[in-house]
Design a protein around this ligand. Sequence first.
Ligand SMILES: [Zn+2]
Length: 303
Amino acid sequence: MILRSLFLSTVAAMAPLMAPVSSFAAEPQLKVELSPSSPKQGESMTVIIDPPGNLPPSDASQLTVSFTKSGAALAENYPAFPLDAEGDRYRAIIPTSPLDSHGRTLLQVSDTIETRNLAVWVQKRNFPTQRITLRGSGSGGATQYELDRVAVFKDLVTPIKYWNGIFRAPNSGRVSTIFGVRRYYNGVFANDYYHRGIDYAAGYGSPVVAPAAGKIALIDYEKNGFRVHGNTVGIDHGQGVVSILMHLNSIPTTLKEGDLVQAGQQVGTVGSTGASTGPHLHWGLYVHSVAIDPVPWRNQSVD
Ligand SMILES: [Zn+2]
């Protein structure tokens, strides 16, 4: 274990040396800081970019952040947003998933002059497993209507950052299922399944609050076709970060899509609507459409 972490930190420390030959002459001008430097599967990674001189905040588009997962042929690009009005620093947030391979990945950060290549080691994480027995074919799959609405919501990338500081638990109940649990259905491992959030066990009517500030971007109901999600509230925290709160019993009639909510503001009550076997709250935290582990966001502020 000690050897392994030594090895990992060595890889991380060597990463700047792995930059292309073109940057051998001097210290890189484009500074890049990662947190954490070796994310575990399912954690998001913050990339702080400090370009040489100042780049006007409107010029974030001059920065390219691309990430190639372990074993993947293609890189994916992620947007960077200014951290301050002066344009000193920018930030991109990159999700990793329990479905991604662990191991060496490549992070590439470029401005118009320079490209930094950083080797990032995604650490293996062992998630608990559940064995589920399904009988018959079942009739309660998701409707196309709910899949489409939820997909559009998870894809939101609003330039404004609404959240501030650490995220709070959206319900005071105990955690009944942690993030990332994998499943066997009738003895067969489900390759595409992981628990995309945290479940809180609480009674009907227990308050559900916004885990962080944001804009209400989705309100919909089981009766409209939200057969799996049940009564649902989606909060856009900005910059590609969204929360989904599912299986609600009730949603305040005064709450509307487009409303701004503060952290801790009540947005519903615990229920068992949709595909749910008993009253509980499911909170999913997504970064660029990928469900990530909310726990690090509860412990440390991403600012
Ligand atoms: Zn759940």
